[in-house]
Design a protein around this ligand. Structure first.
Ligand code: FES
Ligand SMILES: [Fe+2]
Length: 446
């Protein structure tokens, strides 16, 4: 990169002419199809693929990790996720019919169970050698699906490597209402994912959308914990308080942060939890879906935001359906990341210390993909805890007035570190106990 800058004389006043070269994306990370490094890595994890309620009596053609797939619910209520094309003569199963068990192809009526087993071949004499042979030897490509709290999750990897379905501590928070949502991005998944470990962007892009406190840069810190967990903290001064907001990424694509609306740093708060529990799921190289639950209740955002518009604002800072002029005047995350193009040319980026979270997680993602190519199975979120995975995305607001002895930036930094040490020290034990321990230790801080 440095060499190419020098070779091409890219800097200097009015150097537009010299910068007219095509930059590449980080293809090892951006490509998600089968057989690509990241595509294979992603295929070793469960991903949300749809909102359960939005699957009706008709099959749905969907795209996940570059694969065209058909999602359906059979009349017994079981979900199937199968390759689009029928193994007989390639008709699309999106035009199929849901049966008591499985799906019937529209063309010659073959029936397939949710695991791809051929159940019926009605167009040939039953019991014939051809039918018996076909039923034994043909399988429609299928993937396991699991419904959890209104989201459908699928695993698209080798069936002999299915990982445990991770259960996060967020699911254990009492009285938390979790409402599924899906927000599309017309661009590659990496540029969407980057934002979660980028606490600097919050101070600029989201300054006017949430509260004044968001507009402060504060002290930024990054943590790389375990092999797959990345945290970015922003500790900001709001009057006599210090607000420590923790953004969280668990590789490859699980994200949480603090609240969007419940916290502005003016009221004390101890381990308030994330506005969303969210996955950044690549549909293909140029399209991404943020599948999530919006989290509502005392520990997350107020119930009044539990609406379609509220969840779009939680996800984006703004509602989605806006004119071009509105988007220019008040851009949200979607404008920032789609504006980079459908696949960003990261080769032309210039990263600074505030981008450390981005470079850290990208490096580890690349490493895990390379390890997998060499046969090393990737670490799983379910391995991060025994009964549940402890997570850290949160807001804590402590009473910490500025003092004359200390440089305030130093105080912000120290306070952020102390909060994180409490969170890290409380990993063990059942989720509700951990929660109480964290809250009471934070309350002792202020
Ligand atoms: S193409 Fe599907 S049954 Fe013939
Ligand atoms: Fe953002």
């Amino acid at each position: 990169m440095t060499a190419s800058i020098q070779d091409r004389k890219l800097t200097g006043p009015y150097c537009g002419y010299h910068q007219n070269w095509e930059g590449e994306s980080l293809r090892e990370l951006t490509e998600v199809g089968a057989g690509t490094p990241s595509g294979e890595l992603l295929r070793r994890y469960w991903h949300p693929i749809h909102i359960a309620d939005e699957v009706g009596d008709l099959p749905k053609l969907i795209r996940i990790l570059g694969e065209e797939l058909v999602l359906f619910r059979d009349l017994s209520g079981n979900y199937g996720l199968v390759h689009k094309k029928c193994p007989h003569r390639r008709a699309s199963l999106e035009f199929g019919r849901c049966e008591q068990h499985g799906i019937r192809c529209c063309y010659h009526g073959w029936v397939f169970d949710i695991d791809g087993t051929v159940l019926e071949i009605p167009g040939e004499p039953q019991g014939s050698e051809h039918v018996r042979h076909a039923m034994e030897h043909i399988h429609l490509g299928a993937y396991p699906v699991r419904e959890f709290r209104g989201l459908l999750f699928a695993y698209l990897g080798p069936p002999e490597e299915i990982p445990a379905f991770p259960l996060y501590d967020t699911y254990e928070i009492p009285d938390l209402v979790m409402t599924p949502y899906a927000v599309p991005f017309n661009c590659n998944w990496i540029q969407v994912l980057d934002a979660i470990v980028d606490p600097v962007h919050t101070a600029f892009l989201h300054e006017s959308q949430f509260s004044d406190g968001f507009g402060k840069l504060g002290a930024i810190e990054f943590y790389h914990r375990d092999k797959i967990r990345f945290l970015g903290t922003a500790s900001r001064r709001v009057g006599e308080n210090i607000w420590v907001r923790v953004n969280e990424l668990i590789l490859p694509n699980f994200t949480q942060a603090g609240a969007a609306f419940a916290c502005d740093g003016t009221q004390l708060r101890h381990f308030g939890r994330s506005a969303f529990t969210r996955w950044v799921v690549p549909l293909d190289d140029r399209h991404t879906m943020a599948f999530a639950w919006g989290n509502f209740g005392d520990r997350a955002d107020p119930h009044e935001f539990n609406t379609l518009e509220g969840m779009q604002r939680i996800e984006q800072g703004e509602v989605l359906d806006r004119s071009y002029e509105e988007r220019q005047r008040r851009p949200g995350d979607v404008e920032a990341v789609e504006g980079m193009g459908s696949i960003a040319d990261q080769e032309k980026e210039f990263l600074l210390p505030g981008d450390k979270g981005v470079s850290l997680y990208r490096r580890q993602l690349r490493q895990l993909a390379r390890n997998l190519e060499k046969g090393q199975a990737p670490p799983q979120p379910a391995d991060l805890g025994t009964e549940f995975v402890p997570t850290y995305g949160s807001d804590t607001v402590l009473h910490r007035p500025e003092t004359s002895e200390f440089d305030d930036h130093q105080l912000l930094r120290e306070t952020g570190d102390r909060v994180m040490n409490i969170l890290f020290d409380c990993d063990e034990g059942p989720a509700p106990e951990r929660d109480h321990r964290i809250i009471s230790q934070l309350q002792q801080l202020g």
